[in-house]
Design a protein around this ligand. Sequence first.
Ligand code: ADE
Ligand code: ZN
Ligand code: ZN
Length: 297
Amino acid sequence: MGVSGLLWAVRALVILQFVTGILGWGKEGHYATCKIAEGYLTAEALAAVKELLPESAEGDLANVCSWPDEIRFHYHWSSALHYVDTPDFRCNYEYCRDCHDSSGRKDRCVTGAIYNYTNQLSSLYQNSKSESNYNLTEALMFLSHFIGDAHQPLHVGFLGDLGGNTIQVRWYRRKSNLHHVWDNMIIESALKTFYSSDLATMIRAIQNNITENWSNQQPLWEHCAHNHTVCPNPYASESISLACKYAYKNATPGSTLEDDYFLSRLPIVEKRLAQGGIRLAATLNRIFASHVKIAQA
Ligand code: ADE
Ligand code: ZN
Ligand code: ZN
């Protein structure tokens, strides 16, 4: 490779790093959300999920929950579906005002995508699977990923800073940006500091918290008003509220985030992973229970 080839390779790497930073909880966050969800699936939902999973999942939903991040170049249209932003410094979310892509096309945002893929999967039991016009394997992987994203506070951030992507900060001594801190760094530092660098141990700790400390909240997390199948709007409202109260707070451009920030924000991240997992399971349980009702009716 000549010098100009090398330059292009370096440029491509930098761009890749930037784009990696803007999409989704990191791999660990999505794996954790889906792993937690698996533990709360009904037998019926688990059977339907297993039937839809691609070979590469090896029977485990958690293995393919980051797939939408991996195909983002190939499925360029899906980029805007990972987040929803509010007007600058507005700490509330409104579907009609906020759910659009950068060209203003309505419903193209994370909450719109959650509705869309839930509808596609529900159609599985209105038509038979083979008659469905949708790729339901992809719909399952998108839905599982986007429910996770909607729980990352900065995936419902301000338009002007792209959900913290343009806010340069230091994470301890490393250069980073605020969005990347919330997607990856808080989880990475937690793994190293508290969980012997073992994701399974961290997931077990969150599962323990769900049964020991948050058990009275679990029904509230699962609840979806008016008998709806999925409820992404409250998740997005919670996220922008947490973004204002914890993510953006004391994280101005150029600041160094270390112990104080890490230790006070980690409990928020762990609770959001738990809520994402519980709500993904509740949604899949509702989607894949409907066919019994229809069959019985
Ligand atoms: N691009 C623009 N806004 C974003 C956000 N909130 N999260 C991720 N990527 C974005
Ligand atoms: Zn994502
Ligand atoms: Zn992200």
